[in-house]
Design a protein around this ligand. Structure first.
Ligand SMILES: Cc1cc2nc3c(=O)[nH]c(=O)nc-3n(C[C@H](O)[C@H](O)[C@H](O)COP(=O)(O)OP(=O)(O)OC[C@H]3O[C@@H](n4cnc5c(N)ncnc54)[C@H](O)[C@@H]3O)c2cc1C
Length: 143
């Protein structure tokens, strides 16, 4: 898929843009960053609620709904384990209790931020990203 001589348009659909879908997309773009190639790739990000990376778990408004994992183990970037902590600091969420179990909505904002950042980055690699808000059970694709 990532071969330089590949001139056929490839299409990838990521269904569900909660944590798993966002992580899949972000780490796919990371691979392109590493090998620094341009590719004929189109990625469809599909979610029936919103293409924002939050999914069900991190879309809460309540600050008392906290992560049951430590912030230090919650980076979405495989090779940058401190990424979430760095993001908390950059965004002035540097409260002591946030380093332990931050509110899930803050984590949702982090995932959403990185997802949008990587959608922008994808453009640099000529990767066309299409966001689709629909239930996949309703979608039909042309060949
Ligand atoms: C209330 C709650 C709290 C949690 N807290 C934690 C925690 O603190 N720490 C932790 O590690 N884990 C926690 N979890 C587990 C959490 O579910 C996972 O961490 C992670 O969010 C799962 O991500 P996911 O992408 O697999 O699923 P989700 O985040 O659920 O994302 C699935 C996405 O797919 C979309 N979708 C579903 N069906 C379709 C369809 N037919 N067509 C289009 N889109 C569709 C949904 O709209 C959704 O956005 C929690 C779960 C819940 C429910």
């Amino acid at each position: 898929m990532l071969r330089q001589d590949c001139d056929i348009m490839k299409k990838i659909a990521i269904i569900g843009t909660g944590l798993s879908g966002a992580a899949t997309f972000i780490n796919l773009i990371e691979r392109f960053k590493k090998i620094d190639i341009q590719s004929n790739l189109e990625v469809f990000l599909i979610d029936k609620r919103s293409v924002d990376g939050k999914g069900f778990a991190y879309d809460t408004e309540q600050d008392c709904h906290v992560l049951n994992t430590l912030a230090s183990g919650s980076s979405i970037l495989k090779e940058t384990p401190n990424d979430f902590i760095d993001w908390l600091n950059e965004n002035h969420f540097n409260k002591e209790n946030y380093y332990q179990h931050p509110p899930r909505n803050i984590y949702g904002q982090y995932i959403s931020y990185r997802l949008n950042q990587y959608i922008d980055l994808a453009l640099k690699f000529d990767i066309n990203v299409k966001k689709i808000v629909d239930d996949t059970l309703n979608i039909t694709f042309d060949s």
